[in-house]
Design a protein around this ligand. Structure first.
Ligand SMILES: [Mn+2]
Length: 433
């Protein structure tokens, strides 16, 4: 079966062009053991093919759209160790390639594939230096034959220009999968809220969340899960998760699942003992109001920049109100004083990659949101212990709230809405446990 996006990609290629898209490489974890293989998102998007040591070649030469896969051949001996391979037969029968060859034959076939192509789509450098060498070598050989009438590609174009724009706008099928990825993560966050107790370790909560991901069929967390209790929540990339969760502290959980190649990315912050303190409530309400306001603003025509500016304004006003910042809001914004407590962006594109591809600017201007884009909205306030000249009650509080938001014709659809974020909803869920 050929994916619809594969035909769309070939259609958008220049006439008389060839595209070469390689697989990801296996990554060593230590010595002779590997991380679980994850396919290159572009290749997976176009073909659905999930094996390493593969290369897809797309041709649009003389208006003949074709798709050839180079793959690891079947090998009963190796398959005992590493698992089943589709082989050249499977590449044709299950993945819609018009032709397929063993990967070892790629170099031999390159002259045929490239001859007659006026443009070559190839990302330089790719993940495979030896493939870069073969491709460039092949082009120089074709050029050497130009006087004999051989045609060599005149331009080498990064295929990401087409593929990443396609990936940015999600199809109905992709949206369906992303909703499932969000549902899986939302359910895991709910389980974490129900299970957390003072004295638990952060990694126990991490394990519970990731158990729920896998139990629901997710292939893995979409990124390293963050479970930060108390002041650990003020460390943005806290991933060790090896501290004790203490009575009276909040815990920040940033965890998303990868399902059928697509990511979810959800953050919730909730009290370890089930009740927000006054000070925690004040910071949390500020972040929540800002987050809800930004989510409600997200719709076609609005830019990520506008959403971010809106979050900066609301958070800065709130920081003044709470005594975290002193001075005029305008000036605090201009001088970026809010960055002491809100130092990251408001959100990002979400898709196969958790920080998904697609341009944020077009011709130097912020790009407008369009139906089919999925973004995250994730403002936060982080008050590091030891911060001077602020009310002491806020020290060590870190709050972030993050949802996955699909932009629709009429506005938006919050994919991650199945996990509560209002204080009374969180407290009543935690009370019922
Ligand atoms: Mn995120």
């Amino acid at each position: 079966m050929q994916k619809p996006q594969l035909l769309e990609f070939i259609n958008r290629m220049l006439p008389d062009s060839v595209a070469i898209v390689p697989s990801a490489n296996e990554a060593t974890r230590s010595n002779d053991t590997h991380y679980r293989f994850r396919q290159d998102s572009d290749l997976f998007y176009l073909t659905g093919f999930e094996e390493p040591e593969s290369v897809a070649v797309f041709t649009n030469v003389k208006d003949r759209p074709e798709y050839t896969l180079f793959v690891r051949p079947r090998d009963p001996e190796r398959e005992i160790w590493d698992g089943r391979r589709a082989g050249v037969e499977g590449a044709v029968n299950s993945f819609g390639a018009v032709e397929a060859f063993p990967i070892a034959e790629l170099n031999k076939k390159l002259p045929d594939l490239l001859s007659g192509a006026r443009s070559l789509y190839y990302r330089l450098p790719s993940s495979k230096p030896e493939l870069d060498d073969s491709v460039l070598n092949q082009i120089s050989q074709l050029r050497a034959g130009i006087r004999r009438g051989v045609a060599a590609p005149e331009s080498i174009v990064d295929p990401a220009g087409i593929i990443h724009e396609l990936r940015l706008i999600k199809s109905q099928e992709e949206i369906r999968i992303m909703q499932q990825a969000a549902d899986i993560a939302a359910a895991a966050h709910v389980e974490a809220m129900k299970a957390v107790r003072p004295g638990m370790m952060e990694y126990e909560l991490e394990a519970l969340i990731e158990f729920n991901f896998r139990k629901s069929g997710a292939s893995a967390p979409a990124y390293s899960s963050i479970v930060g209790g108390g002041a650990n929540a003020t460390v943005l990339h806290y991933v060790n998760n090896d501290d004790t969760l203490r009575d009276g502290d909040l815990v920040l959980v940033d965890a998303g699942a990868e399902y059928k190649g697509y990511a979810s990315d959800i953050t919730r912050t909730f009290p370890v003992n089930g009740r927000f303190s006054e000070a925690q409530r004040e910071i949390y309400e500020l972040v929540l109001e800002t987050q809800v306001s930004c989510v409600n603003m997200a719709q076609p025509g609005v830019t990520m920049e506008e959403l971010k500016s809106h979050s900066i304004r609301m958070l800065t006003e709130g920081m003044v109100r709470l005594g975290l910042l002193k001075g005029e809001t305008e000036e605090l914004i201009t001088r970026e004083k809010y960055k002491q407590f809100y130092m990251h962006g408001l959100g990002h594109y979400l898709g196969m990659d958790v920080h998904d591809v697609g341009r944020y600017q077009i011709d130097g201007q912020p790009r407008k949101l369009e139906p089919g884009m999925v973004i995250t909205v994730e403002p936060g306030v982080y008050i590091a212990p030891g911060t001077k000249d602020i009310p002491e009650k806020y020290l060590g509080i870190g709050v972030r709230i993050e949802d996955d938001v699909l932009i629709t014709e009429g506005g938006r659809n919050v994919l991650s809405s199945k996990v509560p974020k209002a204080i009374d909803e969180i407290e009543s869920l935690m009370k019922s446990r």
